[in-house]
Design a protein around this ligand. Structure first.
Ligand code: NDP
Length: 351
């Protein structure tokens, strides 16, 4: 028997359609479309790309967006001033500060300043606190945890009365998932790096949510028969690639990690980046990257694929339902950002 694959792309599509309908109804009734304001500080290309995809997803369901881009050297008070202005702006429904912020900025102080009603990422301490309280409701909860719960519901998981194990306790994923499951009457065990006998605990889970960020750490023998397995992890898997074959099989644009031959994997991580190649030499794109010559005694690991925290091939023979990576939890995160933004508009209406 193999597990039912939980199709996050299809469920996310359904969630987006629900949001589009809510937005259309608002507009038809004479209310303004929800508006998401995004704050991007600095030049991180990955962050800029995430923000672009959030804007695109908003546009597709009729949510308006306004992007604010501050320079890499923006001061704490400049960022805080912008957030305060957005808090006060009556047409702004939700505020999203794209993380990570440049190292000189105090992330906590900035996130704490976003008004709880407009905090569509669910990271304000008030929202996290309200989620943790019995019989209280936060204005917003983090998007990925909401997506995990929706996947469980869509695929018929019995949450009340189940034993749920969540591996990971971050404010963004692990802790809110655990709180949501607890609020839905599951008995929840939260695991982290100090947990003893992790495998033993995972084997008792009717619902296993993995949010550790450790590639394929969960094997089939760590999972209870017929469990629901939700894999939040997104990890790169690196495959050993002998240096002497580099010039034969590598291509410009491949993503590599290089290790010195005499160093351990962790300590030896010398450089990761996009490889550039000519007939005679190879080098990483970053300016400070050492050139890799044919004589170098280093090992190279080529980025092979994306993987979750779960060994999918092994676990799918034990679980009753499982999310793939990619195509499981990932698409749900942006879908729930859209949900939170419409919710934020409705909260503002009521103020
Ligand atoms: P964090 O690094 O903030 O948290 C990881 C958590 O896992 C910590 O609580 C840590 O414990 C725990 N942990 C790490 N290693 C182990 C281990 N070997 N055994 C048990 N527990 C362990 O990560 P995030 O919560 O932000 O993200 C988790 C994963 O989810 C990442 O792979 C991330 O890329 C992915 N992610 C995916 C999203 C999506 O849309 N699909 C969205 C957000 C994240 P401790 O507290 O003791 O350090």
């Amino acid at each position: 028997m193999t597990a039912t694959i939980i199709d996050g792309t299809a469920v996310a599509e359904k969630v987006r359609a629900e949001v589009a309908e809510r937005v259309a109804k608002r507009v038809d009734s004479g209310k303004s479309a929800p508006l998401l304001a995004t704050v991007l500080v600095g030049n991180d290309r990955a962050s800029a790309s995430y923000v672009r995809s959030k804007h695109k997803a908003c546009a597709e369901v009729g949510i308006e967006t306004r992007g604010y881009q501050l320079s890499e050297t923006a001061t704490q008070s400049e960022v805080e001033r912008l957030v305060s202005e957005l808090n006060e702006a009556p047409d702004v429904s939700g505020i999203l500060v794209q993380l990570p912020l440049p190292a000189h900025l105090h992330e906590h102080d900035i996130l704490d300043l976003v008004s709880a009603e407009k905090d569509v990422d669910g990271l304000h301490p008030m929202n996290i606190g309200l989620l943790a309280m019995k019989d209280r409701e936060p204005f917003h909860t983090a998007c990925t945890p909401l997506g995990c719960i929706r996947l469980l519901e869509e695929y018929g998981a019995q949450i009340a009365g189940s034993h749920a194990v969540v591996v990971g306790r971050s404010n963004l994923v692990g802790s809110p998932v655990a709180q949501l499951l607890r609020n839905m009457d599951a008995t929840v065990t939260v695991c982290h790096t100090h947990t003893q006998d992790l495998a033993e605990i995972c084997r008792t889970a009717d619902i296993l949510v993995m949010a550790a960020g450790v590639g394929e750490m969960i094997e089939g023998n760590m999972v209870k028969l017929d469990a629901y397995v939700i894999d939040v992890g997104i990890n790169d898997v690196w495959v050993d690639h002998p240096a002497d074959t580099l010039y034969v099989s590598a291509e410009t644009g491949d993503n590599f990690v290089a290790h010195r031959a005499d160093e351990s994997e962790k300590g030896g991580r010398r450089k990761q980046g996009v490889l550039q190649l000519s007939t005679e030499k190879a080098w990483f794109k970053a300016d400070d990257a050492p050139e890799i010559s044919k004589e170098d005694k280093i090992s190279l690991f080529r980025k092979a694929r994306m993987a979750g925290d779960v060994n999918f091939e092994s676990v799918k023979h034990v679980a009753s339902h499982i999310t793939p990576v990619p195509g499981g939890v990932g698409p749900m995160t942006i879908a729930y950002l859209l949900v939170n933004t419409v919710n934020a508009a409705e909260i503002l209406d009521a103020c």
